[in-house]
Design a protein around this ligand. Structure first.
Ligand SMILES: C[S@@+](CC[C@H](N)C(=O)[O-])C[C@H]1O[C@@H](n2cnc3c(N)ncnc32)[C@H](O)[C@@H]1O
Length: 261
């Protein structure tokens, strides 16, 4: 598996880790990540806002909606406040399956498998382009007769075809029972993200996997048939900010949580 780790080309999981201030990355990741930052200076803020959104969304789903099962696809490298840590702080019996297809995430997965004894975490090395295979593999670790929160943060942007991205969310949510949730973040050229065009073009020439931005309307189409929770599809930095927090700056990353009726 270590053979699969390429250190000559920047990988998204490792560059994302660099933007979050982590150390699990190589010189090529730092060089590409810093060049992207020069072209699109708010990218670090996007990464931090995305993680803060994950914490707020998982807290809401665990504490308010009673969710006890999470399927986190495109997990990323372990960092602070991973999904199981946030959920199990509230509900130690929560079960989490993490999915990613980057060999470096697999190599570090042990840090994601530190479940509270009452719950469980597991890791699946799989590609989000194949949602039915993911559903088959998680049937067992998760009880699909009970609600599941499917988490797709910063990953549908690596599915370049919008119809395919839509069918991935449709297939995943079709396999989940009523009362399940879809949690999503996605970069956009709206919300002040216009400056990201050059940064994404540079990324696509120098790093992997290739990325795309989408409009709010396209992202809403991924939630078709679901009930979108308030405040809707908004900058993820602004989704249900805690009452005692100052209004953070808007970032060019949409975030939303939606419930399967
Ligand atoms: C931008 S990071 C987001 C990490 C985490 N979800 C977060 O929001 O902090 C995207 C992650 O998706 C993973 N990824 C990209 N394409 C994927 C695919 N086709 N299947 C599974 N994982 C993928 C990358 O390896 C990376 O870890």
């Amino acid at each position: 598996m270590v053979d699969r780790i390429r250190t000559d080309v920047a990988h998204n999981a490792r560059v994302w880790n660099h933007w979050l201030g982590g150390k699990d990355n190589y010189p090529v990741d730092r060089a590409v990540g810093d060049h992207v930052t020069a072209l699109f200076p708010s990218i670090g803020e996007v990464a931090r806002a995305d993680r803060a959104f994950l914490r707020r969304a998982v807290t809401h789903l665990t504490a308010e909606a009673g969710i006890r099962q999470f399927l986190d696809i495109g997990t990323g490298l372990p960092t602070a406040e991973n999904t199981h840590e946030v959920a199990q702080r509230i509900a130690p019996d929560a079960r989490i399956v993490y999915v990613d297809n980057d060999p470096i995430v697999l190599a570090h997965a042990r840090a994601l498998l530190t479940s509270a004894p009452e719950g469980a975490t597991s890791y699946l090395d799989a590609d989000a382009h194949h949602p039915r295979e993911i559903v088959r593999a998680v049937t067992g670790p998760l009880d699909l007769s009970r609600p599941v929160a499917v988490i797709l943060l910063g990953i549908l942007n690596f599915v370049l075809d919008t119809d395919q991205a839509r069918s991935i969310t449709r297939d995943l949510m079709a396999a989940m029972p009523s009362g399940s949730y879809l949690v999503i973040t996605h970069p956009t050229l709206e919300l002040g993200g216009e400056g990201n065009v050059d940064a994404m073009a540079f990324w696509n020439e120098n790093a992997t996997p290739p990325i795309t931005a989408r409009s709010g309307a396209e992202i809403r189409s991924f939630l078709e048939g679901l009930e979108i929770l308030e405040p809707g599809v908004v900058s993820c930095a602004h989704w249900r900010i805690e009452a005692d927090s100052a209004q953070p700056p808007m970032v060019a990353q949409y975030g939303a949580v939606a419930r399967k009726p």
